[in-house]
Design a protein. Structure first.
Length: 460
């Protein structure tokens, strides 16, 4: 525990939803929900206007629609959010070399390590300056908590929401925590919280009064000891600048169970290439390819294959994922597919492509089938043209609600919705007034996918 509140926790306010409102003038001040829009989708973020109706993150999207039927429901634009996050993390990096990102919109900063603060007054100045810089750079707001430990700094930022700053002086931790629910402590989820409730402990003061021995008896040595220390306000976890990634993965949940084996194979290949895109973006390669399959009955299978050396080649990963799929029975239907790469390294082995080709050829010879040529230059996130209706049918253009488009005549806009062969677009930009709505055929040649525009003029 520190004698000065020099650990800062930043949490951007309703980040995904706020970014959408900032980029779409017609949605400002209105309820906005971002997440998967299919029957199995969940809420990623809800704006504060939507939260008034009871909508919150991780809620099933169907329930959110019942609570707030008139909200705007949008598909996430992760590349857009990531670009904003990079701007925010750069600002944090100016405060200290010790920045610990927890997600795109949340991070701890050790102000003392960067010389940005040494007491309460200087810590408050640093926090207020950060909030001003974030707003000027991104057009969005963030809430800041300052304390002598990570646990208390995170609690402070939650109390500061939205768009505020709360500083908790070291030495006041026990008084602050005592009346709070046990769920406020790190590591106390629903299951642990219920276990403690059955033992008669619902507040943090109950945990402190119970004593370390009782918590160890209930929760085990490691968890019980840690929880007792935190209940008494002790948290000496350091801010860690970088965490070594253990794996990179992507997965998709389908609105309707997939039964067609060809379609399942195509989806696995697309996931493999998306996974490689993330792998390369992180500057890694990996040795172990992992396939995840959740079947119609919710049973989940994982299969893995370890190569002789690390790779970031999309063909190698795609072929390995395909081989793993061959060992999985999908006849009852598939509701989720995922592809991951683990055993990460920061280099590749040049002969892996030849290795993969040889392994595919050998497997095919054993099975008595021919080997089809696979193009090497396939791009990640390329739309699949394979459909159950037949390979010769043209692919239907899909316009996701909330995504950017550009029209040859009307300029930049975003998709409000689509269906029955039509797509509705609102034409507006971050700095404009609310724009007009127009409807086009989904295959209108003058309408194309667009790029996200910066929220602040001159921003990246």
């Amino acid at each position: 525990m520190r004698a000065a509140p020099t650990i800062l926790h930043l949490d951007m306010d309703a980040f995904f939803a706020a970014a959408e409102q900032a980029s779409k003038p017609s949605l400002r001040g209105k309820p906005v929900v971002v997440g998967g829009l299919g029957p199995r989708g969940v809420v990623a973020t809800a704006s504060y206007e939507a939260r008034r109706f009871g909508v919150h993150s991780a809620m099933p999207m169907g329930q959110a629609r019942r609570l707030a039927p008139n909200a705007a429901y949008l598909v996430p634009r992760f590349s857009f959010y990531r670009s904003i996050s990079e701007q925010v993390m750069e600002l944090l990096g100016r405060l200290s070399p010790l920045v610990e990102p927890l997600s795109l919109d949340e991070a701890f900063v050790d102000l003392e390590a960067g010389g940005a603060a040494h007491d309460s007054a200087s810590a408050r100045r640093a926090g207020e300056r950060l909030r001003v810089d974030i707003l000027a750079t991104t057009g969005l707001t963030g809430s800041v908590g300052l304390a002598g430990s990570k646990m208390i700094a995170k609690i402070a930022s939650e109390e500061a929401k939205p768009d505020g700053l709360v500083l908790i002086e070291p030495g006041t931790e026990r008084e602050l925590l005592a009346p709070r629910s046990v769920r406020i402590l790190p590591g106390v989820g629903p299951a642990t919280g219920e276990h403690l409730r059955r033992a008669g402990m619902t507040t943090v003061s109950d945990l402190a009064d119970a004593g370390e021995d009782e918590l160890v008896r209930l929760l085990g040595r490691a968890h019980g000891t840690s929880l007792y220390r935190m209940a008494r306000g002790f948290d000496d976890r350091p801010v860690v600048a970088e965490r070594d990634a253990k794996s990179v993965s992507v997965e998709d949940t389908f609105d309707v169970d997939l039964h067609d084996r060809v379609r399942i194979r195509v989806e696995v290949e697309r996931l493999a290439e998306r996974c490689v895109g993330r792998l390369r973006a992180s500057g890694h390669s990996g040795r172990t390819i992992v396939l995840k399959v959740r079947r119609f009955d919710f049973s989940t299978l994982t299969r893995s294959e370890t190569l002789r050396g690390p790779t970031d080649d999309p063909v190698v990963v795609r072929e390995a994922a395909g081989r793993l799929l061959e060992a999985v029975d999908t006849t009852g239907g598939v509701r989720l597919l995922g592809v991951g790469v683990s055993g990460l390294a920061d280099y590749t082995q040049e002969d892996l492509f030849a290795q993969a080709e040889a392994e595919v050829a050998a497997a095919s010879v054993e099975a008595g089938v021919g080997v089809a040529a696979v193009p090497v230059d396939s791009g990640a996130d390329a739309p699949s043209t394979a459909r159950e209706g037949g390979a010769d049918e043209p692919a239907v253009r899909h316009w996701a609600p909330g995504h950017d488009v550009r029209h040859a005549v009307y300029g930049a806009g975003w998709v409000q919705g689509s269906g029955v062969g039509r797509v509705t677009v609102r034409f507006e930009e971050p700095g404009s007034k609310p724009g007009r709505v127009r409807t086009f055929a989904v295959d209108d040649p003058e309408l194309e996918p667009g790029e996200a525009l910066p929220l602040v003029e001159g921003g990246g």
